[in-house]
Design a protein around this ligand. Structure first.
Ligand SMILES: [Zn+2]
Length: 619
């Protein structure tokens, strides 16, 4: 693929499609081939990495000895952690003396760190011309393998280019790229078909949008596009006998949004995906057009706003109400962003009023549907195992259910039920009826659960995008805390004295997904003429934003009066303090970056007299 030279903006247009009406089997076959081709390329890459590593460690004794000691330290660390877990499990409490284990662990971890450093140095030193030549020959061998795999893949070239693009993306990672698992869904005839993938075409140099209509193009054709009627897209997925005659797959779709008239179509693909047990087909068209260039509006207000992003649930309030951020601007305005407990829009569109309506309730509902499925599965599995002990069963059934007691996958048992329905035997009616009714119920619950989860997450992300648009349209600069995420997600190590976040807390974290809001701000900013700035800050909530005093206090009460200036400022919301501190940090950076040092600009506005947390500014 050539490097792109045009600077015109690019947009991907996406349309939902119905099932293919022509060459459906060929589409399925291409999807399967694409899946295999992906895994073949991943296999070649993994082999290349192994060969490179082996050549590297064989080239120097320092590398191989460091590697073997690194491996031994890792096993030792794993063993110690296991011993701690066993000790904790035996004592049935986390309050036991682990000081000796902690000592061992810290020694081992220090040794491991040192070894990694040595290994890095050894690897640098081993990069001799001879070794680089070996690397080059390994790479050359891999390239040959790729060429051979490409010639045998049986794919139309647009599709294999799409596969190669995704392999390239996967190979950027430092860790070895993973294979794709083959997931299947039943098709209309009830036969298994691949659950996801895409087939596509590349239109070299681009094709004008108007030329797609009329049936001339040999790659992509659109019949009578209209927002009100169903139209048809024909996408090439292969060639006929003479190699020049195109083979098209056909999908009905409605072009609810027209393509730009001056656009050049560069790529198009059809993708297949599943949600629950539903199969979704969609058409994506990549268009390049000057008319897509957006005129950036100046922000309406032009000020600066800082966000302290992080969820918090106020003790006194409804558990459905979750604060996800606190904002404070340079005029002294401030407020909190709360995920509403009731989404009125969702209630209106629901046919049943009693159904859960808030984001949290929907997610909780999805979780409860999952736990019902688990309970049902456990019950039916116990019944089946007990039944099989006292009844004679055909060999296919006993071998298919050999490890039934250890199964986690409910779909596996579903597959057994499906097979059973075609090979019934005498005296099986009672248990078979039980199994079929379980399987029917399971599929229903599974669909319901995936739909419920999807809708609530969509509603939340939509809410975040709306908020982000409002703020980025109003303000010129948005200030966020740098790396605010690092603080939250980790589970504690077994030897730690701290305990993990309790389950409801971790659940709040997933519901709020604060990083999504930060991402929404980042995405919305450029289009609205706003810039996002990140401020590194320690102790954002522990530093008084009026006098700069850093205090250690109990963070559980939401509002805290400063020890030094609390008598005048009163108790202040901790998150508001954090937002004010971020704003001040940004202002300080601005005044530092100006060539002639000026007194820091006032950030407090009319509402607060003293704004900068200059150390000792207050008496
Ligand atoms: Zn203070």
């Amino acid at each position: 693929m050539k490097r792109r030279t045009s600077t015109a903006p690019i947009r991907v247009y996406s349309y939902g499609c119905r099932l293919p009406t022509a060459n459906a089997d060929l589409v399925e076959q291409q999807l399967v081939c694409a899946h295999h081709y992906y895994n073949t390329l991943i296999e070649i890459e993994r082999r290349r990495r192994v060969a490179t590593r082996e050549a590297q460690s064989a080239s120097s004794s320092a590398i191989s000895s460091s590697e073997s000691s690194l491996a031994s330290y890792e096993t030792e660390i794993a063993k110690t952690l296991e011993a701690i877990n066993a000790k904790k499990g035996k004592a049935r409490t986390s309050k036991i003396d682990l000081s000796s284990e902690r000592q061992i662990l810290s020694t081992l971890r220090a040794l491991k760190k040192k070894t990694i450093e040595n290994l890095k140095v050894a690897k640098q030193e081993a990069r001799t011309p001879a070794l680089l030549e070996i690397f080059a020959s390994i790479q050359e061998k891999a390239n040959d393998e790729v060429r051979e795999a490409r010639s045998k893949n049986g794919l139309y070239w647009g599709t294999y280019l799409l596969v190669e693009q995704s392999v390239q993306l996967a190979c950027k990672s430092k860790t070895d790229p993973e294979f794709h698992r083959f997931r299947s869904v039943p098709n209309r005839q009830g036969l298994p078909s691949i659950a996801n993938g895409r087939v596509g075409v590349e239109l070299i140099q681009g094709v004008e949008v108007s030329k797609l209509v009329g049936g001339q193009n040999t790659q992509l054709q659109i019949d009578s596009p209209s927002p009100n009627r169903m139209s048809k897209v024909k996408i090439r997925i292969g060639s006929g006998d003479s190699r020049r005659s195109p083979l098209f797959a056909e999908f009905p779709f409605r072009m609810h949004r027209p393509l730009p008239a001056d656009g050049l179509v560069k790529w198009a693909w059809i993708s297949k995906s599943t949600k629950g047990r539903w199969v979704n087909w969609s058409l994506q068209i990549v268009v390049e057009a000057e008319s897509l260039r957006r005129v950036v509006r100046p922000p309406s207000d032009g000020g600066v706003v800082a966000f302290d992003i992080g969820w918090r649930q106020k003790e006194s309030e409804n558990p459905g109400k979750l604060r996800i951020a606190y904002w404070h601007d340079d005029r002294g305005n401030h407020g909190e962003l709360i995920i509403p407990h009731e989404e009125s829009r969702l209630i209106k569109t629901d046919c049943l009023r009693s159904r859960p309506n808030s984001i949290r309730n929907r997610l909780d509902h999805a979780t409860s549907l999952r736990s019902i499925q688990d309970k049902n599965f456990d019950a039916v599995r116990t019944d089946l195992i007990a039944w099989m002990v006292v009844h004679d069963v055909p060999t296919w059934l006993s071998s298919a259910t050999e490890w039934l007691h250890a199964w986690k996958s409910q779909r596996k048992l579903g597959a057994v039920v499906e097979q059973w329905s075609t090979s019934r035997f005498d005296g099986d009616s009672e248990i078979f009826d039980k199994l079929t009714s379980w399987w029917k119920q399971h599929r229903h619950l599974y669909d319901w659960e995936s739909c419920e989860r999807d809708r609530s997450l969509n509603a939340r992300n939509n809410l975040y995008r709306n908020w982000a648009a409002q703020f980025t349209r109003k303000y010129a600069v948005v200030v966020l805390e740098d790396h605010f995420l690092a603080k939250v997600a980790k589970l504690q190590q077994p030897e730690s004295t701290k305990s993990d976040m309790p389950k409801p807390t971790r659940r709040n974290r997933t519901i709020a997904a604060c990083s999504e809001f930060a991402l929404a701000l980042k995405n919305a900013a450029p289009g609205n003429g706003c810039s996002v700035d990140y401020e590194p800050y320690d102790d954002t909530t522990a530093t008084c934003s009026y006098c700069g005093l850093v205090e250690r206090f109990d963070h559980r009460p939401l509002e805290h009066p400063c020890e030094r200036c609390g008598s005048t400022t009163g108790p202040v919301d901790q998150d508001r303090t954090a937002a004010r501190n971020l704003l001040a940090a940004w202002a300080q950076k601005q005044s530092r970056s100006q060539s002639n040092p000026q007194p820091p600009e006032d950030i407090g506005g009319s509402e607060t007299a003293v704004a900068m947390p200059a150390q000792g500014a207050m008496p």
